[in-house]
Ligand binder design. Structure first.
Ligand SMILES: Cc1ncc(C[n+]2csc(CCOP(=O)(O)OP(=O)(O)O)c2C)c(N)n1
Ligand SMILES: [Mg+2]
Length: 496
């Protein structure tokens, strides 16, 4: 039988060889053979060992660390339900194309199905959401490595350490280079032939390196375009921007849609499911169509660069044909709607947050309100959100991971009240973040899940039923903030 120390050293060496530098340790007994050697690597060759007690928050923090640059981040858990806590972040990582390594310690095979303490069915627990070995893994999704350890967990007199040497870094870069090659082969041109004058372009989440070619494409096209804040292109000049979100789209006659990047947060996108007369073409890094209907829908996985978005010929012929079209007034002037108090608060925030800041938008109303009403006078290119599975869980943790990885120091996260309550343990990691980071959490407290007040079927329920559907509460967020002295929390109270 292989000694635990060898199993741990081999596993960690492989993970390091795949370019991982950040490990989030959620310590237990069973994963001690992994944790002890890892701690010895802290601060060597850029390796950083983080620690968290809450595996769900830890895995979302890992997702945030990995999200911008797609450098794999590893979460290390003990056995049992600790492993199950990783599922939400694994799902988000799967749908948003982010590399997460889930390294889980287990009891040996013979314990499977036995009901013995802290022995659950860990093998395959993430089903299709995670690859189970390095060969199956595409580097843009979760990888689950389940490692069994016999007792005694430590062998007498051994002090093995995984290799973090230059040899491994070279192996890692070779591997990443080949992953890039794979992504490169996915590149194709966007099928623009199906777009006519009734077309709109919707741009969802883009990686930073995807933005310039997409921006050039938008500028070369006269079609109206809706850019999500997380595309980083919402405020670019030279594109025919639609302002006013769903309200503006509702006024337009739309025959077909070209979606570039992540799945948009628009209500209009959800409605496209049944608006079958509208043809939809999607092109994105992750390759998810974002619609269940297949009729009238084309979809491709694509890497965006100057050559893949639109081939040169098509681009120049489009420019020649492009007769300047007068913009419908609604597109040119966004201010033809009345803002409610919550929207006003979001607008005011967008005027207050400096352009260079990192901004994380919580799901539910904050992201929708920002997209619809945030100022376009100030460019905010560093906006992020978790739009893979649209969860309201783990949002603050993801924000903190992004904040740590961000090159600047000023970071703002804007969250709904239930979203905040969901991730109350997130600030645990604060003390480990770079001291110069200035991190602000804005809670838009409307006393519950107010997005449901906008849904037909739920908005007209009597109050005693809305209490249930919206989870009304009178929670005082200042008390939560007091638990974490370093956390700067601003509560915007927009309760009726
Ligand atoms: C983990 C998870 N559970 C449930 C939902 C469904 N959901 C979407 S929005 C929402 C309410 C969020 O409330 P809050 O954070 O206060 O935002 P508000 O709607 O008030 O803007 C819920 C429960 C979800 N997206 N994710
Ligand atoms: Mg709320």
């Amino acid at each position: 039988m292989k000694p635990n120390a060898d199993i741990a050293a081999e596993t960690l060496t492989d993970i390091l060889a795949h370019g991982t530098r950040n490990f989030i340790v959620c310590a237990g007994a069973r994963n001690a053979p992994l944790v002890v050697p890892l701690l010895k690597l802290d601060s060597q060759d850029g390796i950083k060992i983080w620690h968290h007690f809450d595996e769900r928050a830890a895995s979302f923090f890992a997702l945030g660390l990995a999200k911008r640059r797609l450098e794999p981040v590893c979460v290390v858990t003990t056995s049992g339900t600790a492993v199950a806590e990783l599922l939400p972040a694994a799902i988000e990582s799967y749908y948003s194309g982010v590399p997460l390594i889930l390294l889980t310690a287990d009891r040996p095979d013979r314990f499977r199905g036995s009901g013995a303490p802290q022995a659950i069915e860990q093998v395959g627990i993430f089903s299709g959401y995670a690859a189970r070995n390095f060969n199956e893994w595409n580097h843009e999704s979760p990888l689950h490595l389940n490692v069994s350890f016999e007792e005694p967990l430590f062998d007498e007199g051994r002090d093995d350490c995984p290799q973090s040497s230059a040899k491994n870094s070279a192996k890692a870069s070779a591997h990443l280079a080949s992953a890039d090659g794979l992504r490169g082969r996915l590149g194709t041109t966007v099928p623009t032939q199906s777009l006519d004058e009734n077309a709109v372009i919707l741009v969802g989440e883009l990686l930073e390196n995807e933005r310039e070619p997409v921006a050039n494409f938008l500028r070369s096209s006269s079609l109206p375009v809706w850019c999500e804040a997380i595309s980083g292109l919402r405020e670019i000049s030279g594109a025919n921007h639609i302002r006013g979100g769903d309200a503006a789209l509702a006024e337009m006659e739309i025959g077909n849609v070209l979606r570039i990047g992540g799945v948009p947060s628009l209500r209009f996108w959800r409605d496209l499911e049944t608006l079958e007369a509208i043809q939809v073409t999607s092109t994105s890094r992750t390759g998810f169509p974002g619609l269940a209907r297949t009729e009238g829908v084309t979809n491709q996985q694509s890497k965006f660069d100057e050559h893949t978005l639109l081939d040169r010929e098509k681009r120049s012929s489009e420019r020649e044909q492009a007769v300047p079209q007068p913009l419908p007034p609604l597109l040119a002037h966004a201010r033809c709607y009345v803002l409610n108090s919550e929207e006003l608060a979001v607008r005011e925030l967008s005027e207050r947050i400096p352009s260079e800041a990192l901004i994380f938008l919580g799901n539910s109303l904050p992201i929708r309100e920002w997209n619809a009403v945030a100022t376009t006078e100030i460019a905010h290119p560093n906006v992020f959100a978790n739009r893979g599975a649209n969860g309201i869980d783990g949002e603050i943790s993801t924000f903190l991971g992004l904040a740590q990885d961000f090159s600047g120091n000023e970071c703002w996260g804007i969250f709904g009240d239930l979203t905040t309550l969901y991730d109350m343990n997130a600030p645990w990691i604060y003390d480990q973040l770079d001291a110069e980071k200035r991190i602000r959490i804005v809670v838009i407290n409307n006393g519950g899940g107010k997005i449901f007040s906008k849904l037909p079927g739920l908005k007209d329920l009597p109050d005693d039923e809305k209490k249930v559907t919206e989870n009304w509460h009178g929670f005082d967020f200042k008390k939560w903030a007091e638990l974490w002295p370093r956390v700067e929390v601003e509560v915007i109270d927009v309760r009726d």
